[in-house]
Design a protein around this ligand. Structure first.
Ligand code: RB5
Length: 141
C-alpha cells in the first residue's frame, strides 16, 4: 500500500500521480487534501505516520515546492523523505538512503517527469550494502 498526500500546491500533480497508480493497479491510500487551502505539515504527518507505523510501505508527498512537506515528514522517526527533481536522485535515494517517502514540487516539476520519478522510486530496491546500512543507522541515532 502506498500512502499519498498533498497540500493545495500539490493537488493537481497528485491527481496525475494517482492516475498513474491506478493505471498500474498499485494500491494506494489518499490522505488528502482535495484542493482546498491547507497546511502542509498536517499531510506530511498523516503520510509520514502511515509509513513509519507500517500501515503503508512507501509514501508520496507533494506541496508547491516539495520543500516544506519534506522537512515536516523528516521530523517523524523512521521517515526518510527525499525531495526529488530528477530520476537519478529518485533511484539513488532508494539504493543509498532506503528512502521511504518521495516528495515532489507541484509548482516545480511537470507531470511526465514526476510520474517517471515515482515509477523509479517505487521500483528501485535498497542496495542493502553494508556502508549504506551503516550510514542510515547513523541518521537514526
Ligand atoms: C503553499 O502555498 C506553499 O507554501 C507550499 O505548498 C509549499 O511550497 C511549502 O514548502
Amino acid at each position: 500500500m502506498i500512502a499519498i498526500g498533498c497540500d493545495h500546491g500539490g493537488y493537481e500533480l497528485k491527481k496525475e500521480i494517482i492516475k498513474y497508480l491506478e493505471e498500474k493497479q498499485l494500491e494506494y491510500k489518499d490522505f488528502g487534501c482535495h484542493g482546498e487551502s491547507v497546511d502542509y505539515p498536517e499531510y506530511a504527518k498523516l503520510v509520514g505516520h502511515a509509513v513509519a507505523d507500517g500501515e503503508c510501505e512507501k509514501g508520496i508527498l507533494i506541496c508547491g515546492t516539495g520543500i516544506g512537506i519534506s522537512i515536516a515528514a523528516n521530523k517523524i522517526k523512521g521517515v526518510r523523505c527525499a525531495l526529488c527533481g530528477d530520476c537519478f536522485s529518485a533511484e539513488a535515494t532508494r539504493e543509498h538512503n532506503n528512502a521511504n517517502i518521495i516528495a515532489l514540487g507541484g509548482r516545480v516539476t511537470g507531470p511526465s517527469l514526476a510520474v517517471k520519478m515515482v515509477d523509479t522510486f517505487l521500483h528501485t530496491p535498497f542496495s542493502n550494502d553494508e556502508r549504506h546500512i551503516r550510514r542510515i543507522a547513523q541518521i537514526e541515532d
